[in-house]
Design a protein around this ligand. Sequence first.
Ligand code: F6P
Length: 554
Amino acid sequence: MRLTDRPTWKALLAHCREMGETRILDLFDRDPERPSGFSLEACGILFDYSKNPVSAETRRLLLALAEDASIPAQVAAMFEGKRINVTEKRAVLHTALRNRSKKPITVDGQDVMPGVRAVLGRMRGMAERVRGGIAKGVTGKAFTDIVNIGIGGSDLGPLMVTTALRPYGSPGLRAHFVSNVDGAHLAATLAVVNPETTLFIISSKTFTTLETLTNAKSAREWLLTKLAAAGPAEILVEHHFAAVSTNLEATAAFGIIPERVFGFWDWVGGRYSLWSAIGLPIALTLGFERFEELLAGAFEMDEHFRTTPLERNLPAMAALIGLWHIDFLGHRTLAILPYAQDLLYLPAFLQQLDMESNGKRVDRSGAAADYLTGPVIWGAPGTNGQHAFFQHLHQGTQVTPADFIVAANAVDTLPGHNDMLLANCIAQTEALLRGKSADEVRAELKARGMQGEELERLTPHRVFPGNRPSNTLVLQRLDPRSLGALIAFYEHKVFVQGAIWNINSFDQWGVELGKQLAGGVLADLESGKPAAGHDPSTRRLIEYVLKSRNDVTT
Ligand code: F6P
């Protein structure tokens, strides 16, 4: 039966109509226990979803929908290594990468854990050798800089985590991330590193990604030119390049020696891969113990997700609240607002995680979805956003649900800053909820001596409608363990939503067409003439660029 024909879906539609204009504040008035009744705590994370237009009845109906979609069975299928990525006939086992138990995890009867442990062991060895100054550059100097060349899942995860855990980093070993095929990205990075002490990690699951291979080749050229006097090309590449990939033939063809190649498996999706050897920059810069703590935090969330009934299950409840916003209230975006500068890249990371997973228009059977699926994810660090786009959140014509993320304790701060940060975060959720009525505005203006026409003219501009929904996630502190749990929380939230929408959250065919067409446009640019078959606008753009370009290579 189609999702929208199911009685559980229809019951939610009817309930949504009944809820009508119910304000969230009314729900607090009706239920004094709401703050604790509509929040959950696990793995060091408080998930407060009380500031959403969700009553006990809404929750009951959402949970019924989840049961109807056999969420517990779908969760079990993922953890058991079933080939739930139906379009690519692959298992989905990023959870095996952080499985801290002794339990085997099998795909088609084959235990994947020995392979996982072997790669982790090699990562540990590499991290210890690089951090201990045993692995050196070709001229005998210890490495001071790591340049990760990768894009999408082979970039965002390690970039986000190494940035988030900055206070745990090693000052003597800096990580840089180059993703954009715009030569400016690589050039700017190469300008600040010393070839003698730089280790390049080429991270690409497929080792066919144009951006990554282009950057990798340019980096190799640069190194070979800079260190020409230090030895032949293969020796330079041997010392200064490592690779993370599932395509071992291609890494060998690039010249990277097998001892420096870290493999992973087709059952790890790119956007779920930071727990694999794709996390090598994390292990190198923070140390392998920290990387293991990250895995342990994620494992703790996996266990919570796998074993906890849906009504007390953080990722499941977050998924249901999101689904309520998207499919029943029509709120199509979600703002990710970390109140932590070190979580700068979390919105971009979650953008790929959610939008590449659930940005799908057909269900698993290929039928067009007649309901909304994944939301548009966007965001930025909270206090900065307050002085930029929060105007829209408070007074815009669209309602944007938001996730506020904050740590109760700072790892590394200056006197007074953390309370200010916390105060801003909490106050914003309050302001969105409460708003400010016309009467309150008038009273405020009167108290300042304003009256008459001027007061009435200004009042509507200063009214906040309020009733704007948000979740708040409070971590004890931003450390490897809690970050691991937080990322796994979002991974599983995305899983539950995709499972209810009956879509395959683990393929990404939507990225292919652009890649394909880019090949054709590149040929046009290189030949200086657009081929036949482009639409008139595209043809005109190619002609315009051909006429105006004047490349300057320094
Ligand atoms: O084009 C999208 C994508 O395939 C992502 O799913 C992936 O994370 C990224 O490109 C990088 O792919 P790879 O690791 O194979 O270079």
